[in-house]
Design a protein around this ligand. Sequence first.
Ligand code: SF4
Ligand code: SF4
Ligand code: SF4
Length: 247
Amino acid sequence: MKPKIAIFSLTGCEGCSLAILELEDQLLDILGAVEIVNFREGMTERSWDIDIGFVDGAVSTPEDEKEIIRFRESCKTLVAIGSCACLGGINTLKNYQPEDEYRRYVYGDKAIWFPTIAARALSAVVKVDYELPGCPMIKEEFVRFVKCMLTGRPFELPDYAVCVECKKKGNLCLYEKGVICLGPVTRAGCDAICPSFGSKCEGCRGILGHEALCAAGVNLREQYDVSLDDVLADFRLFGAYQEKDLP
Ligand code: SF4
Ligand code: SF4
Ligand code: SF4
């Protein structure tokens, strides 16, 4: 029996769901190995008998809260895909603004029609079995995850920093040019795509644990006279919800 797969979206741009449709060549192989039973972006049929449910977007409205509980109850395995679902992502920027102001800014005099709550990661509301972070999620990581699930192999995210991948590619470190980059404190797995194209890492795959943060803080102070506070100043774009976990 093929595993029954569903793909759901909460508050976000749905770019991570779209990334699945963009798999092109690999999509046909995946479709041969699984049965997609619920995917609003890709089909009209709906089934709630689900083995693995993938969810993008953050919990950011009262409706999202109800939906994620329904998804959890319907899926044997629940997987958060993308920064919004895994970390709260850019949605959590609103948590630091006065609610009246951002609602009026976005919706004007129609704000009353759009109830909102503080944005959170899925794991703040329900148990999440796996997380595939990134904005958008990394397609190759999604394929690796599906293969692990189909073959019964364990799946783990890289537990080292983006800098490792960046060094392997032979990039000149942006700190040498005076640019602060979140690579030393961010989880690898994106093949250091941003610094490879000359842009600083903005931490879309989430921050590593306290130990890595403290080690990076010491190294950056010693090598470049940069404090960890300066590094983390950029961190709120994707990581505002993670701030409670910082030292
Ligand atoms: S993580 Fe990025 S691409 Fe994915 S839904 Fe959120 S904003 Fe869109
Ligand atoms: S550019 Fe960024 S990711 Fe690359 S080595 Fe330097 S700090 Fe690390
Ligand atoms: S380099 Fe940083 S911001 Fe860019 S994709 Fe990787 S984790 Fe995200």
